[in-house]
Design a protein. Structure first.
Length: 223
């Protein structure tokens, strides 16, 4: 479902220095497989998710998502592929403040070329326990509720792959496990592959597959 081949990504720093971040020879994730990605801060986890999600283009290599090479698509094509096949949950939620919970989920459906599906959006918000908060704007929701809206939004388009970048980092300790359970159960039920970045060892320990970025990334070995 996801396959990386010789993927490299570096940044050019303001002073012109090239900073290599990612150099992965080979990596694969099966359909509906769930895994955790761990690694020290600054090791390139978010960069890797951005490359897989088509937010950032790698310098070279192949990033095959559901048979399509994201790395060789134009930006509009990558945006479209992401909208159709990839769900994203960010550490900082990235909800649109002017819109209600329901509208945020519906807006997540707006980029696929298909009609938004209010019944599906409502069902997803129900699944994350927010059926009584449909018209609440993000500022009226607790932080945990906001992240649950983000989870509902990420699944709106029936993606093949969910990328979750430290989704519990801003959620209070009492709600972190619930959120992880919700993400895992939703991915399981909808047959979505999951790649989750977390610093919480107790959460990582719940997954059958845990990859340490430094071990699959040749840049990490050199630094
Ligand atoms: P992680 O998510 O593992 O903490 P990141 O992928 O965010 O790591 O960052 C990896 C490295 O790349 C860090 O050293 C960071 O400073 C650097 N970096 C990230 N984004 C940029 C950028 N746009 N320009 C230059 N350097 C960047
Ligand atoms: Mg990060």
């Amino acid at each position: 479902m996801l396959r990386l081949v010789n993927v490299r990504k570096s940044y050019v720093e303001p002073n012109g220095n090239v900073l290599p971040v990612i150099d992965i020879e080979s990596f694969a994730l099966a359909a509906a497989e769930q895994m955790v990605l761990v690694g020290r801060s600054g090791s390139g986890k978010s960069t890797l998710l951005h490359v897989i999600g088509g937010i950032t283009r790698p310098d070279s290599g192949e990033v095959i998502v559901d048979g399509q090479d994201v790395a060789h698509l134009s930006e509009p094509q990558r945006d479209r592929l992401r909208a159709q096949k990839i769900g994203y949950v960010f550490q900082t939620f990235n909800l649109l403040p002017a819109f209600s919970a329901l509208e945020n989920v519906l807006l997540g459906m707006a980029f696929t070329g298909q009609r938004a599906d209010p019944a599906r959006a409502t069902a997803l918000l129900d699944r994350v326990g927010l059926s009584k908060r449909l018209s609440h704007k993000p500022s009226m929701l607790s932080v945990g509720e906001q992240q649950r809206v983000a989870v509902a939004r990420s699944l709106a388009n029936r993606p093949k792959l969910l990328l979750a970048d430290e989704p519990t980092a801003n959620v209070d300790a009492g709600n972190q496990q619930n959120l992880i359970d919700l993400i895992r159960q939703s991915c399981h039920d909808e047959e979505v592959a999951l790649m989750l970045v977390t610093h919480a060892t107790e959460i990582a320990a719940q997954f059958d597959r845990v990859e340490r970025l430094e071990e699959i990334n040749r840049v990490g070995a050199a630094v």
